[in-house]
Write a protein that binds this ligand. Structure first.
Ligand SMILES: N=c1c2ncn([C@@H]3O[C@H](COP(=O)(O)OP(=O)(O)OP(=O)(O)O)[C@@H](O)[C@H]3O)c2ncn1[C@@H]1O[C@H](COP(=O)(O)O)[C@@H](O)[C@H]1O
Length: 101
């Protein structure tokens, strides 16, 4: 399973029956709710990182990634655009980028 596969599934859920799909239910609640849900999941991951519970952090990290993709889909931002942005940054170290601001 790749992030592309998961994103394709999430996009397909935009037109799916909400009674049979959690993703379709979440998308039907609108982009603001998707963003709120992403924030909740991020906080849960932060808590597990601080506790250093590696199993729980792994699970919460999966929730964060899934909900990030749902949030992107809700706002029609292609995952490929995010990957392209990461690729664009690849040639520059974070320290050099910060110094150039
Ligand atoms: N990766 C996920 C995934 N991760 C988390 N979740 C769901 O996200 C929901 C939210 O988690 P919470 O712990 O916040 O649940 P909750 O506390 O009951 O929610 P609230 O009461 O706070 O609203 C849960 O119901 C999880 O099942 C996911 N649901 C779906 N996927 C993927 O999306 C695909 C399509 O799913 P459906 O759209 O449901 O067919 C699946 O095959 C999976 O690959």
């Amino acid at each position: 399973m790749t992030l592309d596969d998961l994103y394709a599934t999430i996009l397909a859920r935009k037109s799916a029956d909400p009674s049979s799909s959690w993703t379709a239910q979440l998308l039907a609640k609108g982009p603001e709710k998707c963003a709120e849900k992403f924030g909740e999941e991020a906080i849960e991951a932060i808590i597990e990182a601080i506790k250093d519970d590696k199993a729980a952090l792994t699970s919460e990290a999966a929730d964060v990634i899934y909900h990030l993709l749902v949030m992107l889909a809700a706002r029609d931002v292609p995952l490929t655009d995010v990957i392209d942005e990461l690729a664009r940054r690849q040639s520059t170290s974070g320290i050099a980028e910060k110094a150039s601001r």
